[in-house]
Design a protein around this ligand. Structure first.
Ligand SMILES: [Fe+2]
Length: 412
């Protein structure tokens, strides 16, 4: 496929994906764009590719952190701070984001993540890295015996966003803050046998995945595959996120799908949180509007949700909908009910046929539209398997746009 000067081809989708739902998801740039040296006109073309396809892959790069930062920053040239609110989260020792981040000293917007002990790396004398293991987060993890036989889980489905204060979700990302774009560059991706990602939610669903894959799902597909009543709820709803959500969830456990939390009452109490202000809690639409294509993406960080705010059905919609949920609108604050509703909105979208599990090779750079996809860490490494990735996501200078009145009239 040729898009003006940039030549692309589809991502190498594994046989598990539903091909008809992956027609527009993801492209690999074959030629016509140098991530270390590009013109404003070339960048506009790359940006369009990202918004149209959600994931853009480059292969075989040798990319210095400053070049990764410059490329990521180009997606929102007015932003500077790290999208997960890194400066704040590193001060919050109890945040679930804290252990995974090692900053590159010369380019602090770029983080080293991975597994094993890394020496003399871009100014870091030594870094001890740990690939997140679902055992540390899921309530009922895979048994050691099953793990030895290759079973694993999605660690945590999420968008990279601070979800608190004035840091907006990044436009491209791999972290846990608020950017629009996240870039993720594989300096070293150890090879190993594939694993089987189990859902363990009674459906029998499972997915063959490469070792240490990053799993992506399309927020557009997540919305499109819903039955009409749930699509209507999605397009009319906003989510209110918890204050300091990554501290708030620090003691809680995840569902076996990694798509939200168990109802165990383990969330950090309001008075135990760092100082917070209700005015800094973010309330964001469930569906985010793509600025280039106009498509809606169902974008919710399911672990961080606290309430659902639902608009009433628009005039005329009630007559064609008999099974509408919350037809008169309302505010759902019962946490178990909020989670049940959001899980119903999101679980169909992570079905095995809808997941793109990227098979990482050294030199891969993945840019992803953090306002268009959800992603998850997957898998488990041994301590001697050294993996070095650089991630960069920058908090965007604007908040994502929600559905227009026309969108609501269409979907509701
Ligand atoms: Fe992430």
């Amino acid at each position: 496929m040729v898009n003006s000067a940039i030549c692309t081809k589809p991502l190498p989708a594994p046989p598990s994906v539903d091909a008809k739902l992956f027609k527009s998801f993801g492209v690999e740039v074959v030629s016509g764009f140098d991530p270390t040296d590009f013109t404003p006109e070339q960048f506009i073309e790359l940006e369009r590719l990202l918004y149209e396809h959600d994931v853009v892959l480059f292969r075989g790069l040798d990319l210095a952190p400053e070049h990764q930062y410059k490329l990521t920053k180009a997606f929102d040239p007015t932003c500077e701070s790290y999208g997960h609110g890194n400066n704040q989260t590193t001060k919050q020792a109890k945040s679930v984001l804290h252990p995974d981040l090692k900053t590159i000293p010369s380019v602090p917007q770029v983080q080293l993540i991975g597994n094993g002990i890394v020496h003399d790396h871009w100014g870091l004398a030594e870094a001890k890295l740990k690939h997140p293991h679902h055992r540390t987060f899921h309530k009922d993890p895979v048994s050691e015996e099953d793990e030895a036989a290759g079973a694993t889980r999605f660690y945590r489905w999420h968008i990279d966003a601070a979800l608190y204060g004035d840091l907006a979700p990044p436009k491209v990302d791999e972290g846990e803050g608020g950017p629009g774009v996240t870039s993720l560059y594989a300096v070293a991706a150890p090879a190993g046998p594939p694993q089987v990602c189990r859902y363990d939610d009674g459906t029998g669903d499972e997915l063959a995945v490469p070792l240490g894959t990053t799993a992506f799902v399309s927020g557009t597909t997540m919305l499109d595959v819903l039955p009409p009543a749930l699509r209507s709820l999605a397009v009319r709803s906003s989510v209110r996120y918890a204050p300091h959500p990554y501290v708030w969830m620090a003691r809680a456990h995840a569902l076996p799908t990694g798509l939200g939390l168990e109802d165990e009452g383990l969330e950090v109490l309001p008075e135990e949180l760092p100082p917070w202000d209700p005015r800094d809690q973010q309330t964001l639409p469930v569906c985010w509007r793509n600025p280039v294509t106009g498509r809606l993406h169902l974008q919710v960080h399911p672990c961080a949700i606290q309430a659902l705010v639902v608009k009433p059905l628009p005039p005329g919609a009630a007559s064609r909908t008999t099974d509408a949920l919350y037809p008169n609108g309302g505010e759902v604050t019962d946490l178990a009910e909020v989670r049940r509703l959001v899980y119903a909105l999101q679980r169909p979208g992570i079905a095995p046929g809808l997941v793109y599990p990227h098979a990482w090779s050294d030199g891969d750079l993945v840019l992803f539209h953090n306002r268009g996809v959800l992603h998850s860490v997957v898998g488990a490494f041994r301590p001697d398997q050294v993996r070095k990735f650089h991630q960069c996501n920058l908090a965007a200078s604007d908040l994502p746009a929600g559905p227009t009145p026309e969108d609501i009239a269409t979907y509701a």
